[in-house]
Design a protein around this ligand. Structure first.
Ligand SMILES: [Zn+2]
Ligand SMILES: [Zn+2]
Length: 372
């Protein structure tokens, strides 16, 4: 835990950076390291690190806690780093996403890639599932074989003589250079036509309902992208390879679980007596079976109970994460006068035999020990 980089260092800002500076630093770094924009191997982990740092520092409560305790919040709260939600679209602006989603990158002269988002539940991500989507996707226009020409009859482009490229003489200051450019007349296809195809308005493709079937692997993570070769936009005017269809998996929020890598994290609010005497709590689990949480007697609020190997499966190896349960003391919102009287009578039992100073010292000792 303590080998984590300092959040301020991650974002490259001063300790006293204000909201505006944080947002700006985040915006620049997120754009640079977004896995869709950056092919480097560590781009994804860098991006996650940046996201986490921003999520904590942009939340005044979490930032105060971080400033005080660093990565080691007393009580070992597993929610220090996990369970954050940032609306990337808000911060990065729509233009960033439209250039990734839907807009499409053109792969070397061929058709553009298409990206769609597909939501699955945590249960579906846990077990893996077969999915089927009905989408309207651009497909090659059959009337013109994708050429965009009425009846498919094209003629060789006169400007580039069918090459699709033209040599252009450019003068930049005193220098004259020859450059090769895509032919504007035929947009690089090498063909022109007189009349546009009536079925596709000369585009060469039409939207058609298609059924896309794909498997979501067990352990599928939020943001996982599945690529289906050749299911993207057809190449313009029928020349070149069609683009790919990218399906981005979005895992829906679960009512109580947060995901931290392969681990599933939840908090379990319990009354004082359950924490003192210990108890067994059985809840339905994402694997379809029951999950039994055994709370030991004399548990503290902030303690964690780990249930090994009931977390998410890995989508890469055969490993499996744990379920980590954070115990919390639940405080009733109402007490009657009689209740308060009863509780006061128990004060000596509830407080324990140590003095307030001894309790403070003990707590500091435990906190410092657990964070080393
Ligand atoms: Zn041309
Ligand atoms: Zn057509």
């Amino acid at each position: 835990m303590s080998d984590k980089r300092d959040y301020y260092e991650v974002l490259g800002v001063e300790k006293n950076a204000d909201d505006k500076e944080l947002k700006q630093a985040f915006r620049i770094l997120a754009r640079r390291y977004h896995p869709d924009k950056n092919d480097a191997e560590d781009a994804e982990s860098r991006f996650k690190e940046i996201q986490e740092a921003y999520a904590v520092l942009s939340d005044p409560d979490k930032r105060r806690q971080y400033d005080r305790f660093g990565h080691n919040v007393p009580g070992g709260s597993p929610f220090g780093a996990g369970g954050f939600n940032i609306n990337l679209e808000d911060i990065l602006g729509g233009d960033f996403f439209s250039s990734i989603f839907g807009g499409g990158r053109r792969s070397s002269g061929g058709g553009a890639d298409i990206r769609i988002r597909h939501q699955v539940t945590l249960e579906e991500a846990y077990t893996g599932t077969k999915s089927e989507l009905n989408l309207d996707l651009p497909t090659e226009c059959l009337s013109c074989q994708g050429t965009g020409a009425e009846g498919g009859s094209t003629s060789t482009c006169g400007t580039c003589r069918g090459q699709g490229r033209v040599r252009v003489r450019q003068q930049i200051g005193p220098f004259i250079s020859d450059a090769v450019q895509t032919c504007e007349e035929c947009q690089g296809s090498g063909f022109t036509h007189d009349a546009d195809c009536g079925d596709c308005d000369g585009i060469g493709s039409v939207n058609q309902p298609q059924t896309i079937r794909f498997d979501i692997p067990e352990g599928a993570d939020n943001g996982m992208v599945m690529r289906m070769r050749g299911r993207g936009e057809p190449a313009r005017r029928g020349r070149g390879q069609p683009g790919d269809l990218h399906i981005e998996i979005m895992v829906e929020e679960h009512p109580w679980f947060e995901r931290s890598g392969m681990d599933l994290i939840m908090s379990l609010p319990l009354g004082y007596s359950d924490l003192v005497t210990g108890c067994d709590v059985t809840i339905p689990h994402v694997d379809g079976k029951d999950l039994k949480i055994s709370v030991p007697s004399k548990s503290n609020s902030g303690d964690t109970v780990t249930i090994p190997r009931r977390g998410m499966p890995s989508n890469r190896s055969r490993g499996r994460g744990d379920v980590i349960v954070l115990l919390k003391l639940v405080m009733p919102s109402k007490f009657s006068k009689q209740d308060l009287k009863k509780i006061k009578e128990m004060k000596q039992i509830l407080d324990g035999e140590l003095s307030i100073i001894e309790r403070m010292e003990n707590d500091a000792k435990i906190r410092r020990h657990s964070s080393s």
